[in-house]
Design a protein around this ligand. Structure first.
Ligand code: A2P
Length: 282
């Protein structure tokens, strides 16, 4: 994001009423997020307890001995004492070091063998140390979740699993599995992404142009974006819509003054294409 735009957007979001902020070291804007939160606390608009900040452990930091120092670095950048949620961003590890995407001479990512269960134990230690109130995962499939859930001596279960989730990718099986295990699904790309070709599968049609979402929106005087977000929260999926536009930041918050009927929920569920926008090909 251009310098300063994240700071401004987070401040507008907090003024609008947002409290859950989804961040990551790898977004390179945690310093601006932290500044926005601290400014709003200084203004007296919120207190630290009102904010729910989620940080993420990047792939190059999976070895257990790197977990706590990595979180401490994030806290230093944020200038906060703790994060509300700390999650393993992806289940695969990259070679530790300064390169975020370490590559060999052929341009292939260099992976790193680590034991996800050992990484998880280091996450548990961060919670015990009070650096993270809760711990979770992201982009984990059922098998990977089961590996953690069945780990001998498990101290804390993942509270959440952040995965792609929206009307074109509804994740019915994973959602049901997570429900059974009290794991909250946090849906990323709830609006169908920014369609940036460098990381998005743009052969899948744009979600917000969908005729069903738009027709339902018309009925409630809402946009397709608002219908998509309402659909997710109404089925118990947390949404983290991304916008750097003040008007759309506000628009995305106006989803608590209407509800979708059972039939509309079913009609939207039927839009599922089982195709990801975010393929994470690395
Ligand atoms: P912008 O930042 O210009 O608002 P997702 O949350 O699924 O990743 O989608 C993010 C993309 O959707 C961004 O490109 C964002 O652009 C755009 N966006 C966010 N809110 C809306 C909205 N209410 N209507 C249309 N596009 C939106």
């Amino acid at each position: 994001t251009p310098k300063g735009s994240c700071l401004e957007s987070v401040k507008i979001a907090i003024d609008t009423g947002y409290r859950h902020i989804d961040g990551a070291f790898v977004y390179y804007n945690e310093h601006e997020v932290g500044q926005a939160i601290r400014e709003k606390i200084a203004e007296g608009r919120i207190s630290r307890e009102d904010i729910f900040y989620c940080g993420k452990l990047w792939n190059t930091c999976h070895p257990p001995e790197l977990v706590r120092p990595t979180l401490e670095k994030t806290l230093k950048t944020l200038q906060l004492d703790y994060v509300d949620l700390y999650i393993i961003e992806l289940p695969m590890a990259f070679k530790p070091g300064d390169a975020i995407y370490p590559k060999d001479e052929n341009g292939k990512i260099i992976y790193h063998e680590t034991d996800l269960c050992a990484t998880w134990e280091a996450m548990e230690a961060c919670k015990d140390a009070g650096l993270a109130k809760s711990i979770g995962v992201s982009n984990f499939n059922r098998r990977q979740l089961e590996m953690i859930l069945n780990k001998p001596g498990l101290k804390y279960k993942p509270v959440s699993n952040q995965v792609e989730c929206h009307p074109y990718f509804t994740q019915p099986k994973l959602l049901e599995f997570c429900r059974q295990h009290d794991i909250v699904i946090v849906g990323y790309s709830p609006l169908g992404t920014s369609r940036d070709e460098t990381w998005v599968n743009v052969s899948s049609p744009p979600l917000l142009k969908d005729p069903v979402l738009n027709a339902i929106g018309k009925k409630y005087n809402k946009t397709a974006a608002q219908v998509a977000l309402r659909f997710s929260i109404q089925r118990g999926v947390v949404v983290i819509p991304k916008s750097f536009n003040p008007q759309r930041i506000r628009e995305n918050f106006q989803i608590f003054d209407f509800s979708l009927t059972e039939k509309e929920m079913k009609d939207i569920e039927a839009l599922n294409k089982n195709v990801r926008y975010v393929e994470l090909l690395m």
